[in-house]
Design a protein around this ligand. Structure first.
Ligand code: PDD
Length: 285
């Protein structure tokens, strides 16, 4: 049974009902998070919560919830859904109001919804077991505040589907200066001559927690150089390795872009080194 949380109640997800007048449904007026948990252990709970609170602040929603309340919610969901490998989904919308009007209602209680879904076991640092990706490319058509993890995901959904329709599992996105932003549901990295390079944080991309943890782990280790700087389309095409990162995938090697092999088309050595470090340190965050 899948036990969800909705506005103070834990209940089977089929019984969780939200009004069609909820602003999350009408306007995509809300934010969300996905926190990974392996065998009952959360990865990156605090940074996920910090990003969520920043997003809530940016769109003017206040839940009044403390860090402990959010942690308690995550732990209760794990407890009630069996401590396997779970993505814990948290969503806060501005709430349900009795009319559809764009302006923020004066008095409205946020809708707080959470549930769990199964994710693959934590990736292991083994080239032969790595889940590899092939991706498409596209001009990034999304809105200008991609740093907010908004539930308005139409642009992301359309971009993801572009990849699917071309037989791929993701789409790498480029701005109108042909600079890499991210992928439709992941951040993106390239490797060139042993250096790991990823575009800097700004409004064009989500500040991914996997990205943040990976950069921190690599810098603490000190054996692989990490650069946060603009990455051009040409650099992506000439990269030795390309990775996409997200909470449910960790570091995923991309082996072909628009049907052209990345490097030698195999999972790379720098990926192996990075995933080895990530696997050893994921529960320290
Ligand atoms: N996706 N960029 C975008 C657009 C994303 O949607 C995500 C995550 C990321 C990676 O962020 P993180 O490392 O914090 O998971 C980057 C989530 C998992 C999703 O929408 O399901």
């Amino acid at each position: 049974m899948n036990i969800a949380y909705l506005n103070g109640q834990y209940l089977p997800i089929e019984q969780a009902k939200i009004s069609p007048l909820d602003r999350g449904f009408l306007f995509g007026d809300g934010v969300y998070e996905v926190v990974p948990s392996y065998e009952g252990k959360l990865v990156g709970f605090l940074p996920h919560l910090q990003r969520m609170n920043k997003g809530l602040e940016a769109i003017g929603i206040s839940t009044g919830w403390s860090e402990n309340q959010w942690l308690d919610l995550c732990l209760k969901l794990i407890q009630q859904n069996g401590a396997g490998n779970l993505g814990i989904y948290l969503q806060i919308s501005r709430g349900t109001y009795d009319t559809r009007a764009h302006r923020f209602p004066d008095k409205v209680n946020p809708t707080i919804f959470a549930f769990c879904f199964e994710i693959p076991p934590a990736p292991v640092a083994d080239k032969s077991l790595a889940k590899t990706y092939t991706v498409s490319t596209a001009r990034d058509i999304r809105w200008d505040r991609r740093d907010i993890k908004s539930t308005s995901l139409l642009g992301n959904v359309l971009h993801y589907q572009q990849g699917v329709e071309q037989g791929n599992q993701e789409t790498l996105l480029f701005n109108d200066r042909n600079e890499l932003t991210e992928a439709s549901s992941c951040n993106a990295f390239i490797v060139k001559n042993g250096s790991v390079i990823t575009p800097p944080l700004d409004h064009q991309k989500l500040p991914g927690i996997t990205r943040q943890i990976l950069i921190d782990i690599l810098r603490n280790d000190g054996n692989i150089s990490v650069e946060e700087r603009t990455v051009t389309m040409d650099e992506v095409a000439e990269a030795d390795e390309v990775w996409i990162t997200s909470s449910s995938r960790e570091i995923a090697p991309v082996i072909a872009i628009d049907s052209v092999p990345v490097g030698d088309g195999q999972v790379g050595d720098v990926w192996l080194a990075a995933q080895t470090l990530f696997s050893a340190n994921r529960f320290n965050y």
